[in-house]
Design a protein around this ligand. Structure first.
Ligand code: ATP
Ligand code: MG
Length: 257
């Protein structure tokens, strides 16, 4: 277990897409085992910041970053950092559930198969990983007799839970979620939120959300961003009841955005 009380630390983090600067000097410490929400108006850089934490931005062409990002105390731009290892410890869940069009079982063990030498992967080890991960996300009872079923045929909220489950066999420290409920209805959203609260503590969760009520319900801390800058990082109840910055107050009271 990580000794550091911060899972993620950035220092003067800036990011450019070509000539366009999308992040300005973001310095933030994200607490270990907490759920932290990134909030702010469309285009303020929430997704960009989230994608910095596993260096996924670099897939999108002409991206340049400056500053530092430390995950569990280690600068992820150090030359000895392996992206594969980084993305194992920093898993990601997307807006639309995106399970692979293969069985439930194979979805859960997909990452494990990629990262583990085949001879170490006995049937028993795989079975155990599947049961543990599906139990952790509350799908085991529903799916234990249907593990061969195609994952893309499941209900949407089951698909999204499965997308969380398939990260778990890799023992991530951090789970990033970019608007994970935006394709889900109210009941499915409630279930995913409940699951996030159950997983907190064991994992550090960073969630991007447009939904202020959701940020309030699920997160311990919130980051409010505006035009690529981090305006405020506060405990959730402070941010909503007594924001430190007048721009935060204007946003949460609906005066813009
Ligand atoms: N691949 C890219 N190339 C160029 N510009 C980009 C790229 N991705 C994002 N941007 C720009 O960077 C800024 C921040 O975008 P980002 O997607 O991080 O915002 P966001 O806060 O997640 O917005 P939303 O709430 O709409 O999802 C926006 O102005 C966006 O147009
Ligand atoms: Mg976004």
């Amino acid at each position: 277990m990580n000794e550091n009380k911060h899972s993620i630390e950035t220092r003067a983090l800036s990011l450019w897409y070509g000539e366009f600067q999308a992040l300005y000097n973001v310095s933030v410490d994200i607490g270990h085992g907490l759920i932290t929400s990134l909030i702010g108006p469309s285009g303020c850089g929430k997704t960009t910041l989230l994608r910095c934490f596993n260096r996924v931005n670099e897939r999108y062409g002409n991206v340049k970053t400056s500053g530092e990002i430390r995950i569990l105390g280690k600068n992820i731009y150090d030359p000895d950092v392996e992206l594969i290892e980084l993305r194992k410890s920093v898993g990601m869940v997307f807006q639309r559930p995106n399970p692979l069009p293969i069985s439930v079982y194979e979805n859960v063990v997909f990452g494990l198969r990629l990262h583990t030498p085949a001879k170490e992967l006995t049937r028993a080890r795989l079975d155990e990983a599947v049961e543990e991960a599906l139990t952790d996300v509350g799908l085991w009872d529903d799916l234990k007799d249907r593990l061969k079923r195609k994952a893309t045929d499941l209900q949407l909220e089951q698909q999204q839970k499965l997308c969380i489950a398939r990260l778990l066999p890799l023992k991530p420290e951090i789970i990033l979620m970019d608007e994970p409920c935006s394709a889900l209805d109210v009941e499915a959203t409630r279930q995913i939120e409940e699951l996030m609260l159950e997983l907190a503590g064991r994992y550090t969760i960073v969630i991007v959300t447009h939904n202020m009520a959701q940020a309030r319900r699920v997160s311990h801390e919130c980051l409010f961003m505006l035009m690529g800058e981090l305006v405020e990082h506060s405990r959730t109840e402070d941010l909503f009841i007594n924001p430190a910055d007048s721009r935060t107050a204007d946003y949460i009271e609906g005066r813009f955005g």
